[in-house]
Design a protein around this ligand. Structure first.
Ligand code: ASP
Length: 326
């Protein structure tokens, strides 16, 4: 369990989600309300954690489908605060599954933490006949105290995933996350982390990247980046409508657009023409793929920059942060 030089204290930050959800009927795994149970009560429902040096803080209490920049700012600030403490080994964040990969990627890109920040979740509400939250929470706390853990990670259904790669791939199954071609970093088995790959932290010298955190804390909002998909009969109306609306309401004018292309980032010619016109107007455009696996492989000629391997949800955040100078 470590010695005086090994800080084992972990801080659990609650944000809501299904893990904190409640249904009126025990067998109901879909008709529940997310974000009802406090993080403190979630911890109390995991008997093996009793007596561990843990602290709990409620940062938000929402369904993560409603996640946004204000909660991300609060979360980034609290994570940075706790990681700066010498007695804290790592932070665990309880989160909804729907936007877990976005929050993970945001914290990864902004904070670049040297210590572990582990997001966890559940696909079944706390009132389910067999809730998955308690085991996920126990596993996440285990990972956050593991000496090899660093950077932003996600733990669900026994898998340990890196923030850059983790994606929700199933709408119902308990094992809902995947890391695509990269694969998971490891797994948790009976309280022991088995690493397949060493997690990499972008910065190990600092606890977090203070300059980037400061820039995010000072911002009133994130630059507006829209996300759309190419498909049969896509005609670019969506793009033109956004630009036309933005011309009347400047606060709604997109600064950037991410398009999930077909296959290797190809676009319907009509949509591509509309996006090129937007780009000519000063909107930054990035081209990804709507394929669940793989990336846009560089090589095909195109006037629109690709997402450099990022899935559209993450590319949207990367572009917004880039537009903030980060
Ligand atoms: N809508 C829920 C949320 O993201 C889904 C979940 O947590 O599984 O908060």
């Amino acid at each position: 369990m470590g010695d005086a030089k090994t800080p084992l204290r972990r801080v659990i930050l609650g944000t809501g989600g299904t893990i904190a959800g409640r249904a009126s009927r025990a067998g109901d795994n879909v008709g529940y309300v997310a974000g009802q149970v406090s993080a403190q009560d979630l911890m109390a429902a995991v008997p093996p954690l009793a007596g561990w040096p843990l602290e709990v803080e409620q940062v938000a209490q929402i369904d993560s489908k409603d996640m946004g920049f204000a909660v991300w700012q609060r979360l980034a600030e609290r994570v940075a605060h706790h990681l700066a403490r010498e007695d804290v080994a790592g932070v665990v964040i309880t989160h909804g599954t729907d936007t877990l990969e976005e929050t993970a990627f945001f914290l990864h890109t902004v904070l670049r933490p040297g210590k572990p920040v582990v997001l966890t979740c559940a696909m079944r509400p706390s009132t389910a006949l067999v809730p998955d939250g308690p085991q996920n929470l126990l596993d996440a706390v285990t990972v956050a105290g593991d000496p090899r853990a660093r950077g932003v990670l996600a733990v669900c259904a026994g898998g340990v995933h890196a923030a850059e790669h983790v994606t929700k791939v199933h709408s119902y199954r308990v094992d809902a996350f995947d890391s695509g071609d990269a694969g998971p970093l490891g797994c948790v088995e009976e309280g022991v982390v088995r690493w397949f790959h060493a997690p990499s932290a972008q910065s190990q010298a600092e606890v977090v990247d203070a300059r980037r955190l400061e820039a995010v804390m000072q911002a009133g909002a994130m630059p507006r980046v829209a996300w759309m998909t190419s498909h049969a009969d896509a005609d670019g109306t969506q793009v033109r409508a956004m630009l036309a609306y933005g011309a009347i309401h400047p606060e709604a004018m997109p600064h950037g657009m991410v398009v999930a292309g077909t296959g290797n980032g190809t676009l319907h010619q009509a949509l591509e023409a509309a996006l090129l016109a937007a780009q000519a107007q000063g909107v930054q455009v990035r081209r990804g793929t709507r394929c669940a696996r793989g990336r846009v492989v560089p090589g095909a000629a195109g006037a629109l920059e690709d997402t450099h391997g990022l899935a559209p949800a993450k590319a949207r955040i990367a572009l917004a942060l880039e537009l903030m100078g980060l």
